[in-house]
Write a protein that binds this ligand. Sequence first.
Ligand SMILES: N[C@@H](CCC(=O)N[C@@H](CS)C(=O)NCC(=O)O)C(=O)O
Length: 217
Amino acid sequence: MTQPVLVIGNKNYSSWSLRPWLLLKQFGIGFDEIHIPLFTDQMPQLMTEHTPCNKVPVIKDGDLAVWDSLAVCEYINLRFLDGKGWPEDLQLISLGRSAVAEMHSGFPDLRHELPMNVRRSYTGFKASEKAQQDIDRIIALWQQLLESSGGPWLLGDFSIADAFYAPVASRFNTYDIELPEALQRYVKQILELEAYQEWLADAKAETEVIVEEEVEL
Ligand SMILES: N[C@@H](CCC(=O)N[C@@H](CS)C(=O)NCC(=O)O)C(=O)O
């Protein structure tokens, strides 16, 4: 059987790409990668060649191409993880799905003001009131999930929810966001994953800079 292929953007910037990549890695699923450097001259041709929607991530599995990070993670869960991408408990799955949906469609100020930039670390970053509201909501959400599941991951074992919030953990680290101690531990746990370290090393090796994603203090 040939391996699935994950089509992704720059590892330094593409938060949507990190989600399925981390999920596959954490569950030890073999896959090949195609990288599309975002907003470069090569991007349009590569997008046409490898994606149905001109966006990443996309997973290609034989003749099938699945796009959008949520659909990609759900495909991975059903096709390769035997459903283990979610916990078994109905209450926890439902809380997790709500949290993932909230991440997928929400937090616009966090996304805009604190773009993922895994290789940078800022000191003295000050979030606007609206971005701070997003941060506060994520803090409350993570606390709720960790308390409900008992941890150490958001839903107990590592799940799609952690894959979805890993880019936020990365942002909190990059922009040095103040967090309660238990959540500092959660962020550290994400950053110390072997898979995250691999992603970071690859991001550091990238040479492209997307000026719009580089915050100037
Ligand atoms: N909702 C989509 C968003 C995907 C998305 O916006 N990807 C960005 C990269 S992180 C992209 O491909 N941008 C290229 C473009 O907009 O032309 C998902 O979850 O996969």
